[in-house]
Design a protein around this ligand. Structure first.
Ligand SMILES: Nc1ncnc2c1ncn2[C@@H]1O[C@H](COP(=O)(O)OP(=O)(O)OP(=O)(O)O)[C@@H](O)[C@H]1O
Ligand SMILES: [Mg+2]
Length: 271
């Protein structure tokens, strides 16, 4: 069965390398929504210069863990985490951490494109402006052009930068949201099924951005599309019922999964 997998998937050209610097690490992370525990003892390293894909059945805790990284649960009543998450040597939950500043070190891209109800240009520069990363119109214009080029949107929108971000197509909106995230020069891009509502051509463009940013910085992507995970990721983290069951090089994971849960899940998808 796994021979078929070996030939059926195309993999990224680069492999996982544990010698790469660790951008973010989790140690013994437990997470509860009130009485309900949804993450159990998760320990994981995310390496710089790599794309790490979170995969696993619906409800296994992928989004919950991703939101722990940039403290998006802070305002959720009853949400409680124990364990430790370190971003470049800093505890993300440390007393000195200020949530807003911490979040600016991450780019967040949601499943559904969610541009602000403002112009294309302002969508891109708004976050950078409030975090004082740019000053004045000239710098904002330069930033908008740079990141819109980076996501391949510049030629499509350069003549209508004042139009609403909501006037773009879904795929364009998602690239606008990625541009907005990149404008903060984040350390890590966190993407929760970023292509699931996007057509194949739009998805291919987004994959190109992920590949480029992942090679330079760090990307964590949640995806239910195993072809996409294989194409993009150097490392796969497979979750099952709130536990991290297997995390390793993506070629090894897809061709020689070790954990019974991973084997069963892959067999269900590909068998
Ligand atoms: N705000 C919340 N309050 C209570 N329980 C929640 C909340 N958000 C998620 N959960 C529960 O936590 C568990 C993990 O959910 P999570 O969204 O992390 O799964 P997932 O792996 O991202 O699933 P999917 O692939 O469907 O997106 C599920 O049982 C879910 O019902
Ligand atoms: Mg999810």
């Amino acid at each position: 069965m796994f021979d078929r997998l070996e030939t059926g998937l195309s993999f990224s050209e680069t492999r996982h390398d544990p010698a790469r610097p660790v951008a973010l690490s989790c140690r013994n992370v437990d997470f509860r929504f009130g009485e309900k525990q949804v993450l159990f003892d998760v320990s994981l390293d995310i390496h710089r210069g790599e794309v790490t894909a979170f995969v696993g059945p619906s409800g296994c805790g992928k989004t919950t863990l991703l939101k722990c990284f940039n403290r998006m649960h802070d305002e959720t009543r009853g949400a409680a985490m124990t364990g430790r998450i370190m971003l470049g040597g800093e505890d993300v939950n440390g007393p000195e951490q200020e949530a807003c500043r911490l979040r600016s070190r991450f780019g967040w891209v949601a499943q559904r494109p969610n541009p602000f109800a403002m112009s294309i240009r302002d969508n891109v520069v708004w976050g950078a402006r409030i975090h004082n990363l740019v000053y004045g119109r000239k710098e904002e214009d330069a930033l908008a052009e740079r990141v819109l080029r980076e996501v391949g949107l510049w030629d499509e929108v350069k003549d209508r930068l004042g139009a609403s971000g909501l006037s773009l197509s879904g795929g364009q909106q998602q690239r606008l949201c990625i541009a907005r995230a990149l404008a903060l020069s984040p350390d890590i891009l966190l993407m929760d099924e970023p292509c699931s509502s996007i057509d194949p051509i739009g998805a291919a463009k987004i994959e190109e951005i992920i590949r480029g940013f992942g090679a330079r910085e760090t990307v964590v992507i949640i995806t239910h599309n195993m072809e996409q995970a294989a194409r993009l990721a150097q490392k796969i983290a497979f979750f099952h019922m709130g536990r991290l069951v297997e995390d390793r090089d993506s070629v090894e994971f897809f061709t020689r999964p070790e954990a019974p849960e991973a084997k069963a899940w892959l067999a269900g998808r590909f068998g």
